[in-house]
Design a protein around this ligand. Structure first.
Ligand code: PMP
Length: 419
C-alpha cells in the first residue's frame, strides 16, 4: 500500500550515527617514522626507480649509471635474446593478456608449455603454475592444510608461507630457525593421526643461509608429516640439475612439494608448485589463489618456458655465479664487514649493520658511489637486524665484483662502519 511504501522511505537527511573512525589512523606511527628518515636528507631506500635498465647488472638510477647488486636476477636471464624473442613472438601471436582464470579461458598454449618445461626441469610428473610465487605458497599451503591439520614451519619463513597458513585455518606450529632438534620436539607433541605439513625453505632470503634439509626432511618423515620446500632462492644453481637445495642435499625422494618462482632465476614473474603426488592435479580444482585470479600473460609464460629450458643446461652461468659469490664474500669478510653467513652458502650475501641510521647511511653512500643493494629491516629481517643484502648475478663480471669491493671499502670508511 501507499502507507507502507512511505514508511520504508529513508529520511532525507539521516543523522550520522557516530563520529567516523578513520581506519587509516593506525598508520600514523609508520608515516611519522618514514618522514623522520626522509627528513635526515637520505634517499628513501624503498622508493628507488630504475629509469633505465641496461643489462641484468646495470641500470640508471637518479640519472647515474649504477651496478645492480640487489636483484634476484641470479642467472641473468632477463636479457637473454632467446627469452626476449619468445616473449615478443607470444605477444604477436596471442596478444597482451588472457583475460581470465586458468580454469576458464585463461589457459593458452604456453601455459601448457611452461608446465611441461617445469616437469622436465624437475623430473616430476606434476607442475602447476600460479600468477606469482606468493600465490603459489598461499595456494598450496592453504589448500593442503585446512582446519584440524597442522603446518609446522621455520620461524624465519617468508611472509607468503605465513599467509598461506592463515588462509587455510590450519594450526600453526613454529620451530626455531634451522633447528632440527626443535622441529623434532614440536612434531613429537602433535596428535599422531593428524595431517601435518612441514614447510621449509632451501635458502633463507634475508641472511642467505641454507637449511639442513636432509636432516629436517628425515625428522618430518619420522613423524609421518608431508614436506613442502620453497626453493625460490636456489633454482638454477643448486644441485646437479639446478633444482635446488633439496636436490643438492639428496632428498628428492622425500620432499612432497616444491614451490618456486619465475621472479628470480627464471627472470620474469609467476610461481609454481611441482610434485610427484599421484593426486596432484586435484589442487587445480580446489585452490582459491589458482582459480579466482587471472592467469599470466602469454608473453610471460612463453619467456618463462624458454628460460627454464635454458637454465637446465646453464652450467657455465652457475659456475660464474658461485665464483662471484666466493670472491665477494671473501673480500667483504677480509675488510671486516659482519656477514650473515660464515661461508658463501648462496647467491645472497647479507652485510649486518648496527642500526637503521648506520644501515641507511651505508646504503646511501653505496648508491651515491654507483652501487645498488637491498636495504632490509625489521619486520622482514630475523632478530631485529638491519641488513644490506647483496645478491649476485651470473652476469656480474670479475671486474664488476672488484669494483663493488672498492665501493664497499670506500663507503664503509666514509660512514665509519670500517675503522
Ligand atoms: N618465497 C620466497 C622464499 C621468497 O623470497 C619470495 C619472494 N621474495 C616468494 C616466495 C614470492 O615470490 P614472488 O616474487 O614470485 O611472489
Amino acid at each position: 500500500t501507499e502507507a507502507a511504501a512511505t514508511q520504508h522511505q529513508l529520511p532525507v537527511d539521516p543523522p550520522a550515527a557516530a563520529p567516523e573512525r578513520d581506519l587509516m589512523s593506525k598508520f600514523d606511527a609508520l608515516i611519522a617514522e618514514r618522514q623522520a628518515l626522509i627528513d635526515t636528507g637520505v634517499t628513501d631506500p624503498f622508493a628507488i626507480v630504475m629509469e633505465q635498465v641496461k643489462s641484468p647488472t646495470e641500470a640508471v638510477i637518479a640519472g647515474r649509471d649504477t651496478i645492480l647488486l640487489g636483484t634476484y636476477n641470479y642467472m641473468g636471464m632477463t636479457f637473454d635474446p632467446d627469452v626476449i624473442q619468445a616473449g615478443k613472438d607470444a605477444l604477436d601471436q596471442f596478444g597482451s593478456g588472457t583475460n581470465g582464470s586458468r580454469m576458464l579461458n585463461g589457459t593458452f598454449r604456453d601455459h601448457m608449455e611452461v608446465e611441461q618445461a617445469l616437469r622436465d626441469f624437475y623430473g616430476v610428473s606434476g607442475a602447476i603454475v600460479f600468477s606469482t610465487g606468493y600465490m603459489a605458497n598461499l595456494g598450496m599451503i592453504s589448500t593442503l592444510a585446512g582446519k584440524g591439520d597442522y603446518v609446522i614451519l621455520d620461524a624465519d619463513s617468508h611472509a607468503s608461507i605465513y599467509d598461506g597458513c592463515k588462509q587455510g585455518y590450519a594450526e600453526v606450529v613454529r620451530f626455531r630457525h634451522n633447528d632440527i632438534a626443535d622441529l623434532d620436539k614440536r612434531l613429537g607433541r602433535l596428535p599422531k593421526d593428524a595431517g601435518k605439513l612441514v614447510v621449509l625453505e632451501g635458502v633463507y632470503s634475508m641472511l642467505g643461509d641454507v637449511a639442513p634439509l636432509k636432516e629436517m626432511v628425515a625428522v618430518a618423515k619420522k613423524h609421518g608429516a608431508m614436506v613442502l620446500s620453497d626453493e625460490a632462492h636456489s633454482m638454477g644453481f643448486y644441485g646437479p640439475n639446478g633444482r635446488g637445495v633439496y636436490e643438492a642435499q639428496g632428498c628428492e625422494g622425500d620432499v612432497d612439494f616444491i614451490v618456486g618462482t619465475f621472479s628470480k632465476s627464471v627472470g620474469t614473474v609467476g610461481g609454481f608448485c611441482v610434485s610427484n603426488h599421484p593426486k596432484f592435479e586435484a589442487i587445480r580444482l580446489a585452490c582459491r589463489p589458482y582459480i579466482f585470479t587471472a592467469s599470466l600473460p602469454p608473453s610471460v609464460v612463453a619467456t618463462a618456458a624458454v628460460s627454464i629450458r635454458k637454465l637446465q643446461h646453464a652450467h657455465e652461468k652457475r659456475a660464474r655465479l658461485w665464483e662471484s659469490a666466493r670472491t665477494l664474500h671473501a673480500g667483504l669478510k677480509e675488510m671486516g664487514f659482519r656477514l650473515g653467513t660464515e661461508t658463501p652458502d648462496s647467491a645472497i650475501l647479507a652485510v649486518i649493520l648496527e642500526d637503521q641510521t648506520q644501515a641507511v647511511a651505508m646504503w646511501q653512500a653505496l648508491l651515491d658511489g654507483g652501487l645498488y643493494v637491498n636495504m632490509a629491516r625489521p619486520p622482514a629481517t630475523p632478530a631485529g637486524t638491519y641488513l644490506l643484502r647483496c645478491s649476485l648475478c651470473a652476469e656480474h663480471t670479475p671486474e664488476q665484483i672488484q669494483k663493488v669491493l672498492g665501493m664497499f671499502e670506500a663507503a664503509g670508511r666514509a660512514v665509519g662502519v670500517l675503522a
